[in-house]
Design a protein around this ligand. Structure first.
Ligand code: UDP
Ligand code: MG
Length: 322
């Protein structure tokens, strides 16, 4: 019998989990009955500060299929997804949010698509951004436009982290053990055939979103620098452009003085040039620094996450750090 690992990152989800668990158990029953597919529920507690971990402990006691990995602190959703894939034992794995924004009722349909043999993964894609602040939609669209223009990796607009994969794709993703993770780019980079299912925006069932505008902005910078080196080229191009402009300007000034005998106004010229040169240097340095910082973090080869507790270590009463 095949096994499906259902990976659920949880950060302060004590309000949503009591809604999520019965729903996923119900759908797991359907999967078992109709497709003889068994499920494991793999919760990743991303260093929650509320009762999430206690809830998971109880769930693991009550239901054999529940497993969990609890981080020693908050490492972010990307790390949680990685930990989930790494700990998954299934032939298939699906990643989904704990707030029921990724409807479990879609799972049979997704599994169907994988079974047809034509696809290696199935993912949902938002058809609209209704219910989202317009300013956020605007910046999201802008981000996808920019990143797809300057990167060779296909990063799909509206793609959600609700994705079911076969084992080869899971292993491919795990082979990318980079520290700065941007999973939409990673999915695109590893390739494989993906079926896209259109999906309406659903409201979160309980609790509140963990993403602020600022967090999303930083995440988008991550996405650009992780999958494109074009900004580095922009810096050099701007340098070339400014040098050419300055060169032409100097020629104009010399000709003006030589032919028409015009006196050169010193201060404005200097001020303009200083601004121009200073600005372009600073910009280039900033962009360089961005990449240098990423390289610095990668070369440290830090683990993507650190486990504080799992259902197994909890059962044996010992705390293992891996
Ligand atoms: N999440 C996480 N770590 C974080 C932030 C979020 O594991 O640092 C989880 C969260 O518990 C949820 C999923 O990621 O299951 C999506 O988060 P959320 O619903 O807050 O994001 P939104 O749906 O608003 O984009
Ligand atoms: Mg959500």
């Amino acid at each position: 019998m095949s096994l499906l690992s259902i990976i659920v990152p949880c950060y302060n989800e004590e309000a949503a989990l009591p809604h999520f668990l019965p729903e996923i158990q119900r759908v797991a029953g359907i999967l078992l009955e109709q497709y003889s597919l068994s499920c494991e529920f793999l919760f990743i507690d991303d260093g929650s500060r509320d009762n999430t971990l206690e809830l998971l402990r109880t769930y693991a006691k009550e239901d054999q299929r529940v497993r969990y990995v609890s981080f020693s602190r908050n490492f972010g959703k990307e790390s949680a997804l990685y930990a989930g894939l790494e700990n998954a034992r299934g032939d298939y794995a699906v990643t989904m949010d704990a707030d029921l924004q990724h409807p479990p009722t879609l799972l049979p349909e997704m599994f169907d698509a994988l079974q047809s043999g034509e696809f290696d993964s199935v993912a949902t894609r938002r058809v609209n951004r209704i219910g989202e602040p317009p300013i956020r939609s605007f910046f999201a669209r802008l981000f996808y436009k920019i990143v797809n223009r300057i990167s060779t990796t296909d990063i799909v607009d509206g793609a959600q982290d609700f994705r079911m994969m076969k084992r080869p794709m899971i292993d491919a993703i795990l082979s990318m053990a980079e520290y700065n993770r941007f999973s939409k780019g990673i999915y695109g980079w590893v390739g494989f055939k993906t079926k896209w299912i259109p999906c309406e925006n659903v409201e979160r069932v309980a609790g509140e979103t963990k993403w602020s505008f600022w967090k999303l902005f930083l995440y988008s910078v991550e996405g650009i620098t992780a999958f494109s080196t074009a900004p580095l080229a922009i810096a050099s191009l701007m340098g070339v452009f400014f040098c050419l402009a300055a060169f032409l300007w100097i020629i104009v000034i010399i000709l003006k003085t030589l032919i028409w005998g015009e006196p050169v106004a010193g201060f404005p010229t200097l001020a303009c040039l200083l601004l121009l040169v200073g600005g372009s240097i600073q910009l280039s340095l900033g962009i360089l620094g961005q990449y240098l910082a990423k390289t610095y973090l990668e070369t440290k080869k830090r683990p993507v996450y650190i486990t504080g507790e799992t259902e197994e270590t909890h059962k044996h009463g010992a705390k293992a750090i891996r």
